[in-house]
Structure formats: structure tokens, C-alpha cells
Design a protein around this ligand. Structure first.
Ligand SMILES: [Zn+2]
Ligand SMILES: [Zn+2]
Length: 483
């Protein structure tokens, strides 16, 4: 089919399904001119095409009834038509009849435009939420979901990283505080197919993401295990943070407690007595889990991760192998951190007026020590003041992660303030220091020459030189640099 016909066909189908974004609405939503052009193309046929008119593409759409057939009412995802925005006016085009390839094109375009050109409220107005659910979806529904989420969440000034898949969805988002309820209501109304989602709020406030990404993934958490080989609905026992705390605190001997996170996450904070596999990926951790649990089918197995999604999957994997008592921390370390935070706040209220010694004696005990690593720009939030890790450059006690400021290196490492200043925010290798110094000098020249560009950063257009495994192994990388 010629390109023209393909485009025309997309235009026609979108127009037929109420592509009602007016120019004013488009500009009100700050969509870039190029996206506007894309939608205009869809809209151009609205005025000329009347329902009932013979289609110009008889061979493609044999008759109008085919286009207007009633949609099956089985799944809200496939029957959703429009989205009311905050001001109650705008609607987005309904992608019901767009073919997957066209919708992919539209989504990619939306994502490119949105992430680059969206002014947001200041960081302090944001809170961070994470949520997930495994639920089978068709490939087309995944694309529609990507399309709607990109449109709707952007209209609510939400930023973050959302993974959608034929398995379900996994999201970490930062939402303006004053729109948290609006967001939750929106979610309940429009995404009722996700009926088991729990919103897991982070301890600290502030915007944890710069942009909004909604990406289509093959697997939500990748362990390479075929979904048909086990039953994801055969779930482990979910312990609330409170139940988890009291159960683990009252055990007389150390439990089989597995940290389902990677080595760089568990090294800055973990539960007391946890077994922490030295792994770089979830797939490796699942292998380690099976090794640890071998022959212990009748014992209690406890597991935890950041937000719960990894245990939801690995817990079901263990259940499928005949493990009887698998218990996981609901909402993961994030939920436990909030539980401790809330208990501390209650305690502060209760002990008002008491002496410092009395207060000290009643301090809330956390069985998690240190920081909770987070996959956002914060790279972690503290639960207790314990510092469990060391600066990778000088060895002093430190648990603050940074990425090497040479973006081509991007090594994820712990570096103390002294080392960061001394090595220009890099990993300390001479090539990275030289590169960063060079870029900064160039930036200064550009700033002086073009004051109007101040604040825009020069970027080194080079290939990353660590693969994803080595990028999180500063101990190995830096020992190679030194030798
Ligand atoms: Zn240091
Ligand atoms: Zn580096």
C-alpha cells in the first residue's frame, strides 16, 4: 500500500472517531507544532467526510458499517472513547481503529515532543507514587494504553516512568501534590481493568523524574522465564509492613530472608539478617533464589524488593515449584520506609514534653538499616541514619550514589563530597576528568559568546563505553583503571 493511502487511511479512521482536539486546545496543552501538524492531518478529513458517504478506499474499508460497528463491551480499554481534562473540555482522538504500526508512530512522536517541551510546576510541589499490576492485555491494548497515558498524564503535569506490557503495567511517577486525588480518581475511573493496584507513596517529597516516559516492554521484570511455565495468580502471602515488622522481629532464629534486589541496591540498605545475592540483574537473582531455597520447600521463605513487583513474580515462581509458605513484603521497602516514618511521627507526638533520654529510649526501631535505593534521580531515600557503604574512591563511609559526570561513562558509583569536588564529579579516571574539563571549557566559551544560550548544556555525542553490567560495577571498572 502506498504511503499516501496508509496515511490517508489513518487520517480517516482517526477522524471518524472524533479527533476533536481543536487548534486552541492543542496550543492550550502546549503540544509542539510538529505534533499539531500530525493531528491536523488526522483532523483534515473531519469536515469533508460525512458518515454514510462511500469510502474513498473501498478495497480497504468495504462499507461504512464496518467502520461503525459496535465495539465489544467486554473490556473498558477497548471501549474508552475520550478523556475529560481538568478544565473539562479537551478530548483526545480515539485510536480504536488505528493499526498497530500507525499507533506506534503516533506514540513515538508524542513521547519525543512531550519529553522535550513540557514546563512543569516546581519540584517541591510533587510527590512520588509507584504502582504495578500483572494483568494480561492484548498488544493493541498496550499501544492504546501508551497513547492515552501519554496524553492524559501530561495534561495532569505528571512525570515519571511507566512500563506497559502484555503482562500489565509497572509505574513510578511524580505527581503534583494538589492533583494526587485527581490522579487517583482518574486512574480508578479510566483504568478499572487494573483493579488490584495499590499506590505506594515514597517517603520524601519532590519531583523524582524530569520527564514522562511511557514505554512498551516485553516483560515488566525480566527473568527470561516463559509466562506459560508457571501460574502468576498463585501468589505468595502478602504481609503488610506492620505484619512483616512484627513477624520478623519476633522470630527466635534468623529466617530465610532473601533480598530480591541487585547488589548495588542492597549494599546501601537492607533488612537485618537478609541474604543478599551479589547479582546485577533480576534474572540472576531468581537463579540465586532457587539455589538458596533448594530443599527448603517446607520452611517459611521471606522475600522483599523495592516496591513488590519483583517478589510478586518470584514468589509465584517459588509457589509453582512447590514451596508452601512464601511470604513477601507488600509494597516492598518503600512501604516499610513509610510505615517507619509514620510510626516515628506518631511517637514524636506522643513523647512531647519528655526528656531527651526518655525520647531516646522510645525511638522507633527499624529492622531495615540504611537507605532504600530508588530508580529515579534521587538514587535512594534514607530509612535509618546507618551508613552501610563506602566511597568507591577513598573508602570513607558514604552511601550517596552518583553517575560519573562524563555521560559517556555514566558509571553508577558511591562518591563522597570531597571526591566529587576533587574529581569534577567523575569516577576519577583521567579520561573522564579530561573529558569533563574539556566540555566545561567549551561550555564556558559558548556561554560567553552566546549569552542567550546560557543554561543549555553541551552534550558529548559519544557512545557509552561500559555495557549495562559494568556500568554498575565501579569496583571492577576502577580497579582496571588503576592497574
Ligand atoms: Zn571519597
Ligand atoms: Zn567515568
Amino acid at each position: 500500500m502506498s504511503l499516501f493511502i496508509r496515511h490517508a487511511r489513518t487520517s480517516l479512521s482517526l477522524a471518524l472517531h472524533r479527533a476533536t482536539l481543536s487548534q486552541a486546545q492543542l496550543s492550550a496543552r502546549r503540544i509542539s507544532p510538529s505534533t499539531t501538524a500530525l493531528f491536523s492531518r488526522f483532523q483534515s478529513t473531519v469536515s469533508t467526510f460525512q458518515p454514510g458517504e462511500p469510502s474513498a478506499f473501498e478495497d480497504e474499508f468495504s462499507a461504512p458499517p464496518k467502520l461503525y460497528r459496535k465495539l465489544p463491551q467486554c473490556d473498558p480499554l477497548t471501549t474508552r472513547r475520550s478523556t475529560a481534562l481538568k478544565d473539562g473540555t479537551a478530548q483526545v482522538a480515539h485510536p480504536q481503529h488505528i493499526r498497530a504500526s500507525s499507533l506506534q508512530e503516533v506514540n513515538a512522536k508524542l513521547m519525543r515532543d512531550y519529553v522535550q517541551r513540557t514546563p512543569h510546576p516546581p519540584s517541591e510541589y510533587y510527590i512520588t507514587l509507584s504502582f504495578y499490576q500483572f494483568r494480561p492485555l492484548s498488544e493493541m491494548d498496550v499501544l492504546r494504553m501508551q497513547y492515552f497515558l501519554l496524553n492524559d498524564l501530561r495534561a495532569m503535569d505528571v512525570v515519571g516512568r511507566i512500563y506497559v506490557s502484555t503482562e500489565g503495567m509497572n509505574a513510578q511517577i511524580s505527581c503534583p501534590k494538589n492533583r494526587e486525588e485527581e490522579f487517583k480518581t482518574y486512574f480508578a475511573e479510566h483504568w478499572s481493568v487494573f483493579d488490584k493496584i495499590r499506590f505506594n507513596r515514597a517517603m520524601s517529597e519532590g519531583k523524582a523524574f524530569k520527564k514522562l516516559h511511557v514505554r512498551v516492554k516485553r516483560q515488566l521484570v525480566s527473568d527470561g522465564i516463559d509466562n506459560s511455565s508457571f501460574d502468576i495468580t498463585d501468589q505468595p502471602i502478602y504481609l503488610t509492613p506492620e505484619e512483616w515488622h512484627s513477624e520478623l522481629s519476633s522470630l527466635t532464629k534468623p529466617p530465610i530472608l532473601i533480598d530480591m534486589r541487585n547488589h548495588y541496591e542492597s549494599s546501601i540498605g537492607h533488612f537485618e539478617h537478609a541474604i543478599r545475592p551479589d547479582v546485577t540483574t533480576f534474572k540472576e537473582n531468581v537463579d540465586a533464589m532457587f539455589e538458596i531455597c533448594e530443599g527448603k520447600e517446607d520452611q517459611d521463605i521471606y522475600m522483599y524488593c523495592t516496591g513488590g513487583i519483583r517478589c510478586t513474580r518470584s514468589g509465584a515462581l517459588l509457589r509453582s515449584k512447590g514451596f508452601k509458605s512464601v511470604k513477601m513484603l507488600q509494597g516492598g521497602v518503600t512501604a516499610y520506609g513509610r510505615y517507619i516514618q509514620e510510626r516515628r511521627q506518631e511517637e514524636v507526638e506522643r513523647v512531647k514534653g519528655e526528656s531527651e533520654t526518655e525520647k531516646k529510649a522510645k525511638e522507633v526501631h527499624s529492622i531495615y538499616k540504611g537507605k532504600n535505593f530508588t530508580f529515579d534521580k534521587r538514587l535512594g531515600e534514607p530509612i535509618t541514619e546507618d551508613v552501610l557503604a563506602k566511597c568507591h574512591l577513598c573508602g570513607s563511609a558514604c552511601d550517596t550514589y552518583h553517575n560519573c559526570s562524563n555521560m559517556a561513562c555514566n558509571l553508577l558509583m558511591i562518591s563522597c563530597p570531597t571526591c566529587r569536588t576533587k574529581h569534577e564529579g567523575t569516577c576519577g579516571s583521567s579520561s573522564c576528568v579530561d573529558m569533563v574539563k574539556d566540555i566545561r571549557a567549551k561550555q564556558r566559551t559558548i556561554d560567553e559568546k552566546h549569552p542567550e544560550l546560557r543554561g543549555m548544556k553541551a552534550r558529548p555525542g559519544v557512545q557509552p563505553f561500559h555495557n549495562h553490567r559494568m556500568r554498575v560495577r565501579p569496583d571492577v571498572v576502577l580497579s582496571n583503571v588503576r592497574s
